[in-house]
Design a protein around this ligand. Structure first.
Ligand SMILES: Cc1cc2nc3c(=O)[nH]c(=O)nc-3n(C[C@H](O)[C@H](O)[C@H](O)COP(=O)(O)OP(=O)(O)OC[C@H]3O[C@@H](n4cnc5c(N)ncnc54)[C@H](O)[C@@H]3O)c2cc1C
Length: 375
């Protein structure tokens, strides 16, 4: 096992592990900081909508879960609060799937296994010196705070409640989302093509969270059935409920040189440690995986005399990724704001907008291609 490291990655979430595997492929020596999980840690109840670009990178690392844990979505239906709706079809786009709904524990397990069999990666329990330190500690990154990196945060007036449901009817590979005044509900299909369970993300005003969590499982399930207009018949909770406050956030600086008291070398941010978006478009992790692909590519293509901590390379990565995430941040933020206001004219405008968008042809196709990770 190597004694010194090119890169030390702090944080072994999906972004940190993917970066470790990508850099190991470039023959870099990687330390991955992963403190042992707390015995009380619960399995993540979420499932992520991952696009084609994310699928390709995870497949190339042999970390894409099997079809039962990565449900292909052939249709998406989105409803507004006055009956307007938008439908997206894989067939209309000429693709087999619009996105895949990936079970988070299954994805984490595949990545952990790939890391275990990668001799270039050493899993360590505390940070070690390296030419480059990559901070992948998620939105509440302690290292980012300790190293004084400014993180601009705009909280949303919504918290997400995530859980899982077993439904009377099969989901039919259709992802469904309902926008109503102040809340957004998503049903994301699980269990493969024939499945009848869904991962739920319900973004609601913070003042409603405590009350909803206090409901017993059956009453909470009834609330979800009502909010989804009974589209999948009767439903039953099959997991715990977990919550997240939601925010739009971005670090001002994504890379730099370590101050002498912090050690030597450079640092760089990736994933949720660098940026957060509202989960309504299911893009946060897709953006994070885009970060680590871009970083790995820039490091791979560097001249042989440049080190992996070269600030010119890291600044190129920062510029490239800030430009790439801007449209998604603006889109999700705009939609969140448009649907969080009760005013009558706004309600008419958003429903008119949805109807127009449904018939907009090229605009709709362009947005779908971007969300799918195609260019
Ligand atoms: C309700 C909800 C639904 C979402 N749905 C989607 C979706 O459908 N599609 C999508 O693309 N995105 C989605 N996202 C966004 C997605 O969850 C994040 O973008 C993604 O988890 C970011 O991955 P990460 O590895 O950067 O951070 P994290 O997942 O937060 O992982 C960070 C890791 O670092 C570890 N860590 C933290 N501090 C330290 C430390 N000091 N030392 C060592 N390790 C540390 C943590 O334990 C964790 O393992 C959703 C988010 C929410 C809240």
């Amino acid at each position: 096992m190597p004694q010194s490291f090119d890169v030390c990655i702090r944080g072994a979430g999906v972004v940190g592990r993917t970066l470790a595997l990508l850099l190991a492929r470039e023959r870099l020596r990687v330390a991955l900081v992963a403190p042992p999980p707390l015995p009380s840690a619960l399995a993540d109840v979420r499932a992520y909508a991952l696009n084609t670009a994310s699928r390709q990178v995870l497949e190339s690392l042999r970390s894409w879960p099997d079809a039962a844990h990565a449900t292909a979505i052939t249709q998406m239906q989105v409803w507004g609060d006055q009956g307007a709706s938008v439908r997206f079809d894989a067939a209309a786009q000429g693709v087999p799937a619009l996105t895949w709904i990936v079970d988070v524990p299954a994805l984490e397990a595949r990545l952990a296994e790939a890391v275990r069999y990668q001799p270039q990666v050493e899993v360590v329990s505390a940070p070690v010196p390296a030419t480059l330190t990559a901070i992948c500690e998620g939105r509440a990154s302690r290292t980012r705070a300790e190293w004084g990196v400014d993180f601009d945060v705009t909280p949303y007036p919504q918290h997400a409640i995530a859980t899982r449901l077993v439904c009377e009817q099969a989901h039919g590979q259709v992802a469904r989302q309902w926008f109503s005044q102040g809340s957004i509900l998503a049903f994301l299909p699980l269990g493969g093509a024939e499945g009848n369970s869904v991962a739920v993300v319900w973004s609601v005003p913070p003042e409603q969270v405590a009350g909803l969590l206090a409901l017993d499982a059956d009453t909470f399930a009834q609330r979800l059935k009502a909010a989804s207009h009974g589209v999948l018949g009767s439903v039953r909770l099959s997991s715990e409920r977990a919550t997240w406050p939601l925010q739009l956030a971005q670090a001002r600086q994504w890379c730099g040189a370590l101050a002498p008291e912090q050690g030597s070398g450079s640092w760089v941010l990736a994933g949720d440690a660098a940026h957060n978006v509202h989960p309504l478009a299911g893009q946060g992790l897709n953006l994070g995986l885009g970060d680590v692909q871009a970083l790995a590519q820039i490091l791979r293509e560097r001249s042989s005399w440049r080190s992996v901590g070269d600030l010119r390379l890291l600044r190129r990565y920062e510029r490239q990724r800030k430009a790439a995430i801007l449209p998604m941040g603006l889109t999700t933020d705009g939609l969140q704001q448009l649907f969080s206001r009760p005013e009558g004219p706004l309600q008419m405008l958003r429903n008119w907008g949805m109807t127009s968008f449904e018939h907009s042809g090229p605009l709709k196709d362009w947005l779908v291609r971007r969300a799918m990770g195609s260019h």
